[in-house]
Design a protein around this ligand. Sequence first.
Ligand code: FUL
Ligand code: CA
Length: 487
Amino acid sequence: MIKPLTCLFFLTASLSFAQSPPKPYGALPAARQIGWHETEVYGIMHFTPTTFENKEWGYGDADPKTFNPSDFNAEQIVLAAKAGGLKGIVLVAKHHDGFALWPTKTTDYNITKSPFRGGKGDLVREVADAARKHGLKFGVYCSPWDRNNAKYGTPEYLKIYREQLRELYTNYGELFMSWHDGANGGDGYYGGAREKRSIDNTTYYQWDSTWTNLTRKLQPSANIFSDIGWDVRWAGNEDGSVNETSWATLTPKPSEGQNVAVPGQANATENPGGTRGGKFWIPAECDVPLRKGWFYHPNEKPKSPDKLFDLYLKSVGRGAALDLGLAPDTRGQLHADDVAALKTFGNRLSETFSINLAAKATSKAVNVRGYNSVYSAKNLLDNKSETYWATDDDFKTPEVIIDLGQAATFDIVCLQEYIKLGQRIEEFAVDTWENNAWKEICKGTSIGAKRLIKLEVPVTAQKVRLRITKSPVSIALSEFGLYKDSE
Ligand code: FUL
Ligand code: CA
């Protein structure tokens, strides 16, 4: 006879087994990265004396007085960005020309020496305030390469650069990104020397200690962007897309002849696709200017809303983010053409994704973890990223049938993994029920934070089946959506 106590033991043991979530798989995102994934589309704004010189890279010799916008309006820029669906702005607080847009104590080459707001202005503050007022996150990019600074190339400059970061990290509230690029040395003004200065990028900036001792301490929520992370990696190109298969994980590769991968110096060949099973969670950011250049040039035009939507599908829709370059003109506002392009793009995003045609569907899954409703397939359709459908450990390739109740027409399929448990799924396929048989309409590989598949032609169906066709472990899927592009 089994004693009641033993019975109780088995009962609680099996119940707690049934309730335990799947074991995490591989590298996992940090909390700051989860916040970053939710941002999806943001902007990076370039506006310095270089704008007034109609150049892309200021040499560092422009008179500070050239920085003289006739009607700077941070709210105009932020509101145009918001209408475009952007949820954050990274401000280039100092570009390669070395001109600081805030009243820094580290160099005279700054905004107080310009006519802007009578020498009392702080453009970083104005953009940060406008962004927060309208619900956008704020971040900064402070170029390590400084073509103005006389000390560039010496150890003293590193102290200056770190002090600039410290000022930006302490005076402008919480930052969602600290953006660092890899441009490193070359010719410049350098306090009047007008010469070429080369630095050894593997040792000069000492990113490890800067990020450990400054960024992580003063701005623990800021996602560090560089070609290899630490939090967000460069897409490997500046055209606004990653590979169709793009993993959120990466094992950074050293450049030729080097033992370790150094930021600003990495071998970026794997960046567009990531590394399956990579050592770290370092998803990609697709940075691309809205126009041709990062700075405003009167002869250039913004990309069309169609092109922007296509880039959205190829960045956000592949688990990455879209970082659109915003270039105010010499007034200090976005040109009417840019405002219009952003608005049309933003409308298309919100109209397309506001209605999930599967939101009211019923679901039938072959397996639900431990028969526990906490892991029900219904969680795929509740528009909450925190709830997910999970399967038992030995159910790695499950299926779920989604019945819409009546036929609907869609041309975008959306999948989201519960990334707190890692990027688990390797392949999937979607079918529709047509003439009494299942017909495959699309298939794909990496999912991660979000995967969007645009079908070549719209499909009309009442029943849709999702098949996970390859996964090393049981699955944890947050959301499933069917949308009709509003184009
Ligand atoms: C690059 C820079 O060299 C460009 O000028 C621009 O700022 C872009 C966003 O990053 O590394
Ligand atoms: Ca959910």
